[in-house]
Structure formats: structure tokens, C-alpha cells
Design a protein around this ligand. Structure first.
Ligand SMILES: [Zn+2]
Length: 358
């Protein structure tokens, strides 16, 4: 019997070059040269060159890797990226992005357009975008998630991550716990019809949580915790590639975060918003893993960190009202007609929520 194509074994892209550890940045040149990538275009975030230091460029030099084009990324406008990408010298063999979100999204999409290997060098562990198959770009003035490719290489220097302010690490944690509610939304959406589940992608997403939460203490300043956070965020990105959608890593909690981006005068970091929304959505779902979410967000210090600078209750309510309509035909717990009223009740009565939404 022949299986129809949509049910045959799926092949996915995974990073071919993968280095996570201390002192990796200075070796970037060697890693590239080992893969015979000698001519690169380099896109970095603002102020990143100061953080990475001279050893990065010395390493490229010593290994005979030439930077044919270099740009500091401030904007992530799709048209500008396309213009820059197609203006690059045909001698460019690989595109390297180094920094936080914007530089990586820019470089990832430029490489995707040119069908060149893309090497991600994230300097913060604040979300799972560095190894996901999409780029968050501005399209005609609006922020959109645009299809890109999985990086050919990922290099994470834990010496750089060690210097990340707590806020970035908490954001990374918030983006990780979201798997718990996203996976439940996905399952429920399949049950309602119209969507297909992917067991392996779901398993990868669940395992990405295990790497982080079952292994050790919740001391976010320890190298082991930071290494696990990096591994988890990477696996979360790959789970999306496996699923062919963002379902394993993004559900109701991400809708609330997108809505907060739209309504808040000063939105908070992606994972900070997602983490708080995950707790609320886990309550709404009656999620079996609610106590895990609670434990992780309490013991890492995430919750106390947010409590020092809480969400504005009015803005949060407005975000809850608009969140269900953000993605058309995308079932989550927020699609249930009584969800909004229940969420408001939780904001009034739940002790944890009252500390962070005021
Ligand atoms: Zn996210």
C-alpha cells in the first residue's frame, strides 16, 4: 500500500553546525572555515560589536573568513531586506546574523531569499525565534511572521549569555512554558476538526520542556540552567519546523501577547508577556500541568520579577478582548464564548495573577 504524500515520512531541516558552550564566539571563524564557508555577509544588532569584542573578528581573520558585507540592523522591513539581499556580491557564500531578535530575523530572511546557508549567533536567550522556521518582519508597516528556513548553523556562546540581564532570561523562560498551553490548544483544535496533529513535533516540544525543568535547580544565573534554556529554545524552534506550523510552540498565550503588543503603551518583552499569559490560559484550560507552570514561574523568580513592574489591568483587559480575533480560524481556549468572562474572574480572584496584573 502506498501512503498518500501527506502521510509519508517527513523530512525536516535541522542545523548542520551546532555549537553551544563557553568561548564559542571566538571560534566562529574556524567553524565556518571547516564548512568551507569563506566569504560571508554579516548582520548584527545595534551595539553588538561592543559586546562580542575583537576576538570574534580576529577569529574570522585567522581562519581566512572574509566579511564581504557588514550591516548594523535597526529595521526589519521586508522590502528593505530583499533589496539588501539582492544587492549582495554573488561571492557571498553564507549569511551570518549576530545579536538579538532583529538582526537574526533580518539575516535569516536574507539568507532564505538567496538560498544561502544561514548561521545564527544569538546573544540573548529571550525567545525561541533564533532556530524557528519563520522571521518576524515588518510588512507594509505591520509586524508579521514570514516563512524562512531553519538555520544551517547555530552558535551560542555561554560566556555572552552569562552577561544577559535577568529580564532576557525570564523572557526565555516565559516563551518556554508556553508549550504547555500551546500543545493543549493544538490538541483541542484537532479534536474540533480541521487541523492535523503531529505526534513527533508534539513530543519534541514536550521534551524541550523536560530538558529545562527536570534536570536541575531553578537558578537562572547558573551556567547549566542557561545551557538548558538554550537547548530548550532550540528544540522548540525545531518542533515548529517538524509540525510545519507554529502550533507546538504558540497558542492562546501567544495571541494574548500579540494583543498586548498592539494595545500597551509600553509592551513588555515577548516572553514576559507570554509567560504571564501562559499561566492565565492554563487556568482557563484546566491544564493538567498548571502546577508545573506555577512552580517554574515561581521558583525561577519570574513571578516576583514581573510583580515589581506589573501589567496595567485596563491594558491587559483590552488585550484579552482582542486576542481571540488576532488569528482567523485558529482555535484556542480563547475561542470559547465564556473564556473572556472566566479570565476576568481569574484576574479578580487568583492570588498569583493579582500580583502581576494591577
Ligand atoms: Zn514565542
Amino acid at each position: 500500500m502506498r501512503l498518500s504524500q501527506s502521510y509519508s515520512n517527513k523530512q525536516i531541516d535541522v542545523p548542520y553546525l551546532l555549537k553551544i558552550g563557553a568561548g564559542k564566539l571566538a571560534k566562529t571563524g574556524k567553524y565556518l572555515s571547516d564548512k568551507e564557508l569563506k566569504n560571508i555577509a554579516l548582520f548584527s544588532g545595534e551595539g553588538i560589536e561592543k559586546i562580542i569584542g575583537a576576538s570574534f573578528f580576529e577569529g574570522l581573520d585567522v581562519s581566512g573568513v572574509n566579511v564581504l558585507f557588514k550591516q548594523t540592523v535597526a529595521d526589519i522591513d521586508l522590502e528593505e531586506i530583499a533589496h539588501t539581499a539582492f544587492s549582495l556580491s554573488p561571492s557571498v557564500e553564507a549569511v551570518l546574523g549576530i545579536g538579538g531578535g532583529k538582526a537574526l530575523d533580518f539575516a535569516k530572511y536574507a539568507a532564505y531569499l538567496l538560498k544561502l546557508p544561514y548561521i545564527a549567533v544569538p546573544t540573548v536567550m529571550s525567545n525561541d525565534g533564533f532556530c524557528s522556521p519563520s522571521s518576524s518582519l515588518t510588512v507594509s508597516g505591520k509586524r508579521k511572521s514570514v516563512k524562512s528556513g531553519i538555520p544551517f548553523g547555530v552558535i551560542i556562546d555561554l560566556d555572552i549569555i552569562k552577561e544577559n540581564p535577568d529580564m532576557f532570561l525570564y523572557s526565555g523562560i516565559g516563551d518556554m512554558v508556553s508549550k504547555i498551553t500551546a500543545l493543549r490548544d493544538w490538541k483541542d483544535a484537532v479534536r474540533k476538526g480541521g487541523e492535523r496533529y503531529n505526534d513527533f513535533a508534539a513530543l519534541m516540544a514536550y521534551n524541550s520542556l523536560d530538558i529545562l525543568f527536570l534536570k536541575h535547580s531553578f537558578d537562572i544565573r547558573s551556567t547549566e540552567f542557561q545551557r538548558s534554556l538554550a537547548n530548550s529554545l532550540l528544540m522548540s524552534g525545531l518542533a515548529m519546523e517538524m509540525a510545519g506550523s507554529s502550533r507546538p510552540a504558540s497558542g492562546s498565550e501567544h495571541l494574548i501577547s500579540h494583543a498586548l503588543d498592539a494595545v500597551c503603551v509600553r509592551p513588555k518583552a515577548h516572553g514576559i508577556q507570554v509567560g504571564v499569559a501562559t499561566y492565565l490560559c492554563a487556568l482557563l484550560q484546566g491544564n493538567d500541568n498548571l502546577s508545573d507552570v506555577k512552580s517554574v514561574l515561581s521558583h525561577t523568580g519570574f513571578w516576583n520579577f514581573i510583580a515589581q513592574n506589573p501589567f496595567d489591568r485596563k491594558e491587559f483587559e483590552r488585550a484579552l478582548e482582542t486576542a481571540p480575533s488576532i488569528k482567523k480560524e485558529f482555535y484556542t481556549i480563547l475561542s470559547e464564548p465564556d473564556s473572556l468572562a472566566k479570565a476576568m474572574t481569574f484576574l479578580d480572584t487568583d492570588e498569583m495573577l493579582q500580583k502581576v496584573v494591577r
